[in-house]
Design a protein around this ligand. Structure first.
Ligand SMILES: [Zn+2]
Length: 331
């Protein structure tokens, strides 16, 4: 089965096919590419899969993963425009941890009986590939490092030409300011392992997560994606989760499958978190699930089965399992 490794999160303008970069006015013609790559070429089963993952134990091992954040900015001073402040970056990592740890009193809290603390968390790395101390943030002026790229290249093919640390030791997160608000929010590559849907090798030059700088961290921007949940969503993909409707959107109830038992089946994104509709099985649709696409304020749930799948990936998958023991952070 051949399919592309790139996934996407697009909020409410999912069908925009042309993205202008604000940096040099060039047009990055997506031509349905990023939109369709995520949904082409996979055959869905009508049934939920046999799940071979063992249950998560009562007190699972805490898995801490190193992140390097590459700020690919347009030449602004630190704290201005796409050259996001160090505090905003640190706040985004805190919020990512709040979500993954279902921390009380934060936007990651929920009281869903099918949710749990994942015991997965993240830390900005403390050591560069050369062994020097770092705060886990690199800042690179795009104009001084314009990569050799074709207009049809995907971000995961050219971002690594600007900055890329060993993906066996670091989760590379590129924060790129060249996309407009509310269009392309983020992208992530998926892991390779024996779980359904994850069998293919990496199909991009770089392994990691790209986040539109406008949607990285909290801001007062007038957008449904201004609370830092895009990174949580993309991290879900990076650790092996699909959208709650699977990889095909709008195919009806019979063709969806996210390979997760405890997410009620839906045919596509669910917008209304105040009055969620019913799912295909008559249960409440999983509108609050991080792997749904809707307003950030609605999102606060990873289910137990999703957590099991992510932990399985971290224990078994190529390009993921070494992250849990990477010596680039103090544990
Ligand atoms: Zn997505």
């Amino acid at each position: 089965m051949k399919y592309d490794a790139t996934l996407y999160k697009l909020a409410h303008l999912r069908y925009i096919t042309i993205v202008k970069t604000v940096y040099n006015q060039e047009k990055l013609v997506m031509k349905n590419k990023i939109l369709l790559l995520a949904i082409i070429g996979i055959i869905f089963s009508c049934n939920k899969d046999e799940n071979t993952i063992n249950p998560t134990p009562e007190n699972p091992e805490l898995l801490i993963l190193p992140i390097v954040v590459h700020i690919i900015h347009g030449g602004e001073n630190i704290g201005q425009g796409s050259n996001l402040s160090t505090e905003r970056i640190k706040e985004q990592i805190r919020s990512l941890n709040d979500d993954f740890r279902r921390k009380k009193g934060t936007l990651g809290e929920n009281n869903s009986p099918i949710s749990d603390d994942s015991f997965i968390q993240f830390k900005l790395t403390e050591v560069t590939p050369n062994g020097n101390p770092t705060n886990g943030i690199t800042r690179i002026n795009y104009f001084e490092n314009i990569p050799d790229k074709d207009v049809n290249d995907r971000p995961h093919d050219w971002l690594p030409k600007i900055a890329y640390w060993n993906p066996e030791k670091y989760i590379n997160v590129w924060v790129y300011g060249g996309f407009p608000q509310d269009q392309l929010l983020g992208l992530a590559t998926i892991p390779t392992t024996n779980l359904p849907g994850l069998e293919a090798p990496l199909q991009a030059l770089g392994d990691g997560i790209m986040i539109n700088a406008l949607h990285f961290g909290k801001s007062d921007m007038d957008s449904g994606a201004n609370l830092g949940k895009t990174l949580t969503h993309e991290m879900g993909h990076f650790l092996g989760l699909f959208h709650v409707w699977g990889r095909y959107e709008g195919k009806g109830c019979q063709q969806q499958d996210d390979h997760i038992q405890d997410t009620a089946p839906v045919a596509g994104p669910i917008d209304n978190c105040d009055n969620p509709p019913l799912a295909c099985d008559g249960k409440i649709a999983p509108v609050n699930n991080y792997m749904n696409i809707t307003y950030d304020k609605c999102l606060n749930v990873f289910t137990k089965e999703q957590i099991k799948r992510m932990r399985y990936v971290l224990e078994n998958a190529a390009r993921r399992k070494n992250l849990t023991s990477s010596n680039t952070i103090d544990r």
